[in-house]
Design a protein around this ligand. Structure first.
Ligand SMILES: N#Cc1ccccc1Cn1ccc2ccc(-c3cc(N)[nH]n3)cc21
Length: 242
């Protein structure tokens, strides 16, 4: 997978070269290219923003510089892109979105700042490529860079060969529609708290049932919306208690 990120703060995306993603890049599983939006300005001040039409607070990012940047970046690789624009007003980025993005040959991220990017940029590219405006949560960030770090990590970990243990991605939270339950490791007792006995029983059926119950319990308590959204056939008779 090829990932391009256009931003006025390329340094903010340096973590993409670290750890899991760094190893994935070294292994050729992911190719990451960072592009400084200001490279496509033509004035001495490298201006990327202007006052909003209709008035209001803050500044809006100018369409001209984004158009030149995205034309150049998209043309720099033959793989057809999905353009992803983080925005507080975007559709929610979920595990399902991550799974869908993991099947893409190429993702191009446009990181806005200020009050966002002139809407005509999204409208223009939506006529040529799939374009998603995505939110990573119901809170407002200062720009799109942090959202890109979140999205790229959630997507990259689903790519074959990136995670040491592929079962992790298959079994983690949200994969079966539920939050995952509590996890434990040694020591058996820590500050007077013992590991639940069933987990040390070796009875795999009982362990699976216990884990399912804890996941259902946690989901019912913390995210009843997820439980309500589960298709009927995903809950068996033993699950009906939740
Ligand atoms: N746009 C906008 C905007 C609108 C109002 C106030 C502040 C901003 C700042 N901003 C500029 C770019 C940008 C990108 C993504 C987010 C973002 C995503 C999530 N999930 N929260 N915030 C915010 C972003």
């Amino acid at each position: 997978m090829r990932i391009d990120v256009v931003t006025i703060f390329p340094g903010y995306l340096a973590p993409l070269r670290e750890s899991l993603l760094g190893r994935a890049a070294d292994a050729g599983l992911i190719e990451v290219a960072l592009h400084d939006l200001r490279s496509w300005t033509h004035d001495v001040h490298q201006t990327v923003d202007d006052a909003p039409y209709g008035g209001g607070p803050g500044m809006v990012m100018r369409p001209q510089v984004w158009g030149e940047a995205l034309d150049a970046v998209i043309a720099s690789d033959s793989r057809p892109p999905r353009l992803v624009v983080p925005a507080p007003a975007g559709r929610s980025f979920t595990q399902a979105t991550a799974r869908a993005y993991a099947t893409e040959q190429r993702l191009v991220f446009a990181c806005g700042r200020y009050e966002g990017i002139d809407q005509r940029v999204v409208d223009h590219y939506s006529r040529q490529f799939p374009v998603d405006e995505v939110s990573i949560g119901d809170y407002v960030l200062v720009g799109g860079e942090a959202a890109v770090l979140v999205i790229v990590e959630a997507v990259a970990r689903l790519l074959p060969g990136v995670l040491g243990n592929p079962r992790s991605a298959a079994e983690d939270s949200f994969s079966d529609g539920l939050l995952e339950g509590p996890a434990y490791t040694r020591p058996e007792v820590w500050r007077g708290q013992a590991v639940p006995e069933v987990l040390r029983s070796g009875n795999h059926g009982a362990i699976a049932r216990w884990r399912r119950d804890r996941a259902l319990e946690r989901t019912a308590k913390r995210r009843p919306d997820l439980l309500a959204a589960l298709p009927e056939d995903r809950l068996d008779a033993a699950d009906q208690a939740f």
